[in-house]
Write a protein that binds this ligand. Structure first.
Ligand SMILES: CC(C)(COP(=O)(O)OP(=O)(O)OC[C@H]1O[C@@H](n2cnc3c(N)ncnc32)[C@H](O)[C@@H]1OP(=O)(O)O)[C@@H](O)C(=O)NCCC(=O)NCCS
Length: 194
């Protein structure tokens, strides 16, 4: 069953995120990841959906038709949570803080337009894969983002994630380019939803 991301899902979503996805939040740690998702709850700019079976999280998706504005809203929604989580990260994960500063300066993001509608995070638990959960979440996300008036959205996937690449290509996403994020080669895909 797919439902909107709520407060009650944050811990499980953050744990699944950190267990399956590469990138800044995973580097920053559990507190920062939970603070990010807490900041997403309640902002209309976030399209966050979870798939549950008997109250157990099987997968989630998060993105936005305005990812640049969403970042600002997340901070505005949960300033105490975000700042205290970053303080913990600064003490315990100095390398991750360096990544964060790079991210803020956008030195390796310059080829991605942060105003482009974006599916930013998608993950399915290991034991629920190949059962259609990821596909259902992407379809539900596509419907929601189309309802905001956008005609297409994009996403990034690591070059060394053949499962993710096969999955998105099967769903009809088209490769639009390649770039590097924190030194990792990544691919950019686009899906038309009108
Ligand atoms: C990628 C991911 C979200 C797919 O979720 P899923 O629920 O297993 O996907 P579905 O069951 O809906 O698969 C739909 C189709 O995608 C393709 N596909 C999915 N996983 C695949 C894999 N490991 N290898 C090849 N093709 C795959 C298949 O064509 C599949 O249809 P089929 O099972 O009938 O052959 C999941 O593997 C995952 O969470 N991976 C870790 C996180 C990640 O990579 N996220 C995406 C990048 S940000």
């Amino acid at each position: 069953m797919i439902e909107p991301l709520g407060w009650q899902h944050i811990k499980a979503v953050a744990a699944l995120h950190r267990a399956t996805l590469t990138g800044l939040l995973t580097e920053l740690g559990t507190s920062a990841t939970e603070a990010f998702y807490a900041g997403c709850v309640g902002t209309p700019l976030a399209i966050g959906l979870v798939d549950l079976r008997e109250s157990r999280l099987r997968g989630f998706v998060l993105g936005s038709s305005r990812p640049d504005a969403l970042r600002r809203d997340v901070l505005r929604n949960n300033p105490v949570g975000i700042v205290s989580a970053l303080a913990v990260s600064a003490l315990t994960r100095p390398t991750a803080m360096f990544s964060l500063m790079t991210h803020v300066r956008r030195s390796d993001h310059e080829r991605i337009d942060l105003r482009t509608p974006d599916l930013t995070y998608l993950a399915v638990t290991q034991d629920a894969r190949r059962e259609g959960v990821g596909g259902s979440l992407v379809h539900a996300f596509s419907e929601r983002i189309r309802a905001t008036g956008v005609a297409a959205y994009e996403l990034s996937v690591d070059d060394d994630n053949p499962a993710g690449i096969a999955f998105y290509e099967r769903l009809g996403f088209r490769l639009t380019g390649r770039y590097r994020e924190f030194g990792r080669p990544r691919r950019r895909y686009r899906l038309v939803v009108v």
